[in-house]
Ligand binder design. Structure first.
Ligand SMILES: Cc1cc2nc3c(=O)[nH]c(=O)nc-3n(C[C@H](O)[C@H](O)[C@H](O)COP(=O)(O)OP(=O)(O)OC[C@H]3O[C@@H](n4cnc5c(N)ncnc54)[C@H](O)[C@@H]3O)c2cc1C
Length: 409
């Protein structure tokens, strides 16, 4: 039987696997491999840091969720893909090595969080990108007695060559891989410290490796700058983080910002497993260039979805889900299923939540790609949308079949 192997068990991989199985049924065996048995709803990890959610509420057990839908699951850390011989090499949980053959491969192992690129990370770095980081930050915030807090993202090491085979305006060059969580966290901290009666003891600085939120329209950026001004949050552009110290952070040019607590979205680089794979599968940054059907431009039996795909800029869950759906539809059509293949169209869709103050800013923007849509709306109902979206993800175990219609992150 045709074997479809999906690598990665978060937005991109889960969407690809669920949709492939739904469309292909008994025409193919679908197997998903992820390095961990459990996967977490990442957009609510900032909520863990401010103590409004527990990590356990956001956890899905792939070892039971996959078989429930007729998908087999293997826990394994992909070491490399040999695209010529169609074999994935991986490390088993017991440390032994394994090999997995495939007919079709869907790669959704995301990008790499390059914490090793920031000096002082181990001693002074805090983040919300993975569950263990969010818990560590929650504990630090509980004890924080006041002082300077910096929040920002490290540089994005985006690939440049070869380019995806898509309209050029779909893949802008970005200084940061994703600044939505930085914006969200800055709002949340206002709520957090206001509730504790400590806002006057805290000085927050938000920094960006380029122009902050450059993926939004000038009007939306201006609105954000106004919000920050109103809250007394300082905004620093073009600060490419290099080092964290006990009381300050330093950029590549030697500029410094005072910082008693340094929260960051680490630099994004290509996944090491992809960098170690067949050379012409990836671009010079370690991301997989594809066409609009998410098919590798070199290996037509390999699809890339989500953050692993060179096409998705910024690295956004909304785009991961869209690319996962398209890859599954395209593969199913190739294998004889009468289905429509959606057209990829990039848009920034996200919701920056501030639960402790009961509102969220809902963003929809395609101006970076040459479109006309630019919405950035703070409203109480947007907080409710984020709540519902979290519940929807957990309820469906990441199979967000209605996301296209309800889509509001
Ligand atoms: C704190 C935070 C909040 C966010 N909030 C939002 C939001 O509100 N809205 C939005 O649209 N986007 C949001 N994003 C972006 C979004 O989370 C990512 O774009 C999305 O997770 C990408 O999904 P993915 O499946 O492509 O990759 P990932 O989420 O990175 O998932 C990759 C999966 O593959 C596994 N994996 C990695 N390497 C290997 C390997 N070698 N072998 C096997 N498995 C491996 C990982 O464990 C993981 O399960 C947020 C990001 C962060 C960091």
């Amino acid at each position: 039987m045709t074997k479809v192997l999906v690598l990665g068990g978060r937005f991109g991989g889960l969407t690809a696997a669920y949709n492939a199985k739904r469309l292909l049924g008994s025409k193919a065996e679908v197997k998903l491999m992820n390095q961990d048995r459990f996967t977490y709803f990442r957009p609510a990890l900032p909520h863990v840091a401010i103590g409004v959610r527990d990590v356990e509420e956001l956890r899905i057990d792939l070892a039971s969720a996959m078989p429930e839908r007729g998908i087999s699951f293997a826990q394994g850390k992909v070491e490399k893909i040999d695209a010529e011989s169609r074999i994935v090499y991986y490390k088993k949980p017991d440390g032994g090595m394994g090999e997995e053959e495939y007919d079709y491969l869907m790669v959704g192992i995301g990008a790499h969080l390059g914490t090793e690129l920031i000096k002082g990370w181990d001693q002074f770095g805090y983040s919300v990108c993975e569950p263990e980081f969010a818990v560590k930050l929650r504990d630090r915030l509980k004890d924080f007695k006041g002082g300077h807090i910096t929040i920002g993202s490290g540089p994005f090491y985006q690939g440049k060559n070869p380019k995806p085979k898509v309209p050029e305006n779909f893949v802008p060059q970005a200084d940061s891989a994703c600044e939505g969580p930085v914006f969200e966290m800055s709002l949340m901290l206002h709520g957090y410290f206001t509730r504790k009666g400590m806002w006057d003891k805290v000085k927050i600085t938000v920094y960006s490796p380029g122009e902050y939120l450059s993926d939004l329209s000038p009007a939306s950026r201006k609105a954000v700058a106004e919000i920050y001004k109103g809250l007394g949050i300082e905004l620093v552009h073009n600060f490419r983080l290099k080092e964290l110290r006990e009381k300050e952070i330093v950029d590549e040019k030697g500029n410094k910002l005072e910082s008693d607590l340094s929260i960051l979205l680490p630099p994004y680089t290509g996944n090491p497993a992809l960098k170690a794979s067949t050379k012409d599968l990836v671009d010079d940054g370690g991301f997989i260039p594809t066409d609009l059907n998410m098919q590798s431009i070199k290996y037509d039996n390999i699809y890339a979805v989500g953050d692993s795909n060179a096409l998705t800029v910024p690295k956004l869950g909304y785009l991961a889900v869209q690319t996962g759906r398209i890859a599954a539809q395209h593969l199913a059509k190739r294998l004889g299923v009468n289905t429509k293949v959606e057209s990829y169209y990039p848009t920034i869709v996200c919701v920056a939540d501030n639960p402790l103050e009961g509102y969220a800013v809902s963003v929809k923007d395609d101006t970076w790609y040459g479109g006309q849509v630019s919405v950035a709306q703070p409203a109480a109902v947007n907080h409710l949308k984020k709540e519902l979206f979290t519940k929807y993800f957990m309820w469906t175990k990441g199979d967000m079949v209605l996301e296209k219609f309800l889509g509001s992150w």
